[in-house]
Write a protein of this length. Structure first.
Length: 249
């Protein structure tokens, strides 16, 4: 394995240790998630617990694209995490990324600090009786406004990609993960509401979030509620139709 390893300056003295973790990734049994596409394991360096994400090996064509045309998912994750931090948006602290190119991309890893959190956004989707659901949704609306004001269009803004940490009674922080797909630039209201469509929001959730976002954006509740409802319904309908077609095959 011939890895090119790029470290965050905060970990510049840990090159050999981080490299060793990547070279011995397969023998590490401390799984965080074991998905069909990507695998995340954890390990310790000094007093820090790190998450190591190994991306699925791309097919031949994709491997050439990532090696010679487009940055790898690992590199984009690392660079976007640093940029989010500079813009005041929380994400587990970036540590490193590594790639192996040999006539195409063969292996890629993204390393970040492990984050202890209380729930992810999916809990709010699936548990309408969560005791602080409305409080979290209101604060998430404010977080989303801050995200959009910073010009961040998070293309994978789905429920599993927002981690939520309770830092005090009635006060929460939000952390974005799965960062390799983003665009940056000024966003109008339609673009902002379209960006939230993947969150699988119910009418009740939209009822809670829309007034907060509308006030911050200085527009009417009707504008925000209407657009957010429109794009949420369109997305949910599209996903449900795909599922139905799969069942009929």
């Amino acid at each position: 394995m011939n890895l090119k390893l790029i470290l965050h300056p905060d970990y510049s003295l840990q090159y050999e240790k981080v490299l060793s973790l990547l070279l011995n990734f397969e023998s590490n049994e401390q799984y965080v998630t074991k998905g069909e596409r990507n695998i995340i394991k954890k390990a310790t360096v000094g007093d820090k617990i790190l998450n190591i994400k190994k991306f699925k090996t791309p097919n031949f064509f994709q491997s050439l694209v990532y090696a010679y045309i487009r940055k790898s998912k690992a590199q984009r994750s690392f660079e976007y995490a640093k940029k989010l931090g500079e813009l005041g948006i929380k994400t587990p602290a970036p540590v490193a990324y590594a790639v192996e190119n040999n006539g195409g991309l063969k292996l890629s890893f993204y390393v970040s600090e492990h984050l202890e959190y209380d729930l992810d956004f999916r809990v709010l989707n699936h548990n309408p009786l969560h005791p602080e659901r409305d409080i979290i949704l209101q604060q998430f609306a404010s977080f989303s406004f801050k995200l959009h004001e910073a010009g961040i269009n998070f293309l994978d803004h789905s429920p599993g990609n927002t981690l939520i940490k309770k830092i005090a009674e009635g006060h929460y922080e939000f952390y974005l993960i799965d960062l390799n797909r983003m665009k940056f630039g000024t966003m109008d209201l339609e673009t902002r509401m379209h960006n939230l469509r993947r969150l699988w929001l119910s009418k009740k959730m939209i009822d809670v979030m829309a007034p907060v976002y509308g006030k911050l954006y200085d527009t009417s509740l009707e504008n925000v509620h209407g657009l957010l409802t429109k794009y949420s319904k369109e997305f949910q309908g599209k996903v449900n139709r795909k599922k139905l077609r799969r069942r009929k095959r």
